[in-house]
Design a protein. Structure first.
Length: 250
């Protein structure tokens, strides 16, 4: 781990934490729609996506969506959690010839050097990952991503953001807890809603969340040089932020 990595982020190297995260994964509100927004933005390109990075790939869900939409594409799936990479390798084993799986900590500025040989990329995507970095490092990562993109390439970040209203946090928590409880009942489980709420609200990885307002992040992207920057989707504390590297002739 580099000196810039938040200590609490180490929890993502623990298999039990990863398993717990994935158990709540299906209860994320409008998760499919968020990925759909990502694909809609990428479809505005005149050419198909040929190469991509899934940064902080987790179980590989964004990589799977990209390969489904662009079956000829090649991608790099990067994460510093080996348990997460194991999930991604398993989920995407049929595409192993088109993918590289990299155990890599992008809290370390050296990460970008490992990517340059395979770039530039038509898309860099991320999902619920970069928010674990402090603001100074987040902005630096966005600058790194800009440098890795081909002209006209998109950066799309499906992200956990800091809301203005505390009610947004409460509503998100209730949505996820209710969704996970419904799954528990459907699967014949015995946990009560309160037990599920305790697991979710007292999870050790919660301290690794370093949330930043969406307006701040969009402002960073514009100043870095991205165009068409906006928050293209938002519900509670979740947002899809996007920006495109200008074409050379722009």
């Amino acid at each position: 781990m580099s000196d810039t990595t938040p200590v609490t982020a180490e929890v993502w190297k623990q298999a039990a934490i990863v398993e717990r995260f994935l158990s709540f994964h299906a209860a994320i509100p409008l998760a499919r729609e968020q990925i759909g927004v990502m694909l809609t933005l990428l479809a505005t390109r005149p050419e198909p996506v040929r190469s991509f990075i899934d940064l902080g790939c987790g179980d590989g869900i964004l990589g799977a969506a990209l390969l489904d939409a662009y079956p000829e594409s090649r991608g790099v799936l990067a994460d510093f959690s080996e348990p997460m990479l194991e999930q991604a390798r398993f989920q995407l084993k049929e595409f192993e010839q088109q993918l590289q799986f990299m155990n890599m900590d992008y809290a370390d500025p050296a990460w970008v050097s490992a990517m340059r040989d395979d770039g530039p990329f038509d898309a860099v995507v991320s999902r619920y990952s970069i928010h674990h970095q402090p603001d100074e490092r987040k902005r630096a990562i966005y600058e790194d991503i800009f440098g890795l993109l081909a002209p006209g390439g998109w950066f799309i970040n499906i992200e956990h953001i800091l809301p203005s209203a505390s009610l947004a946090t409460e509503l998100l928590n209730d949505h996820i807890i209710d969704g996970r409880y419904a799954i528990e009942l459907q699967n014949g489980g015995s946990k009560t809603r309160q037990e599920i709420a305790d697991i979710f609200l007292k999870r050790p990885d919660r301290e690794a969340n370093l949330l930043t307002p969406v307006e701040t992040q969009c402002d960073w992207l514009r100043k870095i040089g991205f165009e068409q920057v906006d928050c293209y989707f938002r519900i509670y504390e979740l947002a899809v932020i996007g920006g495109r590297r200008p074409n050379r002739q722009s």
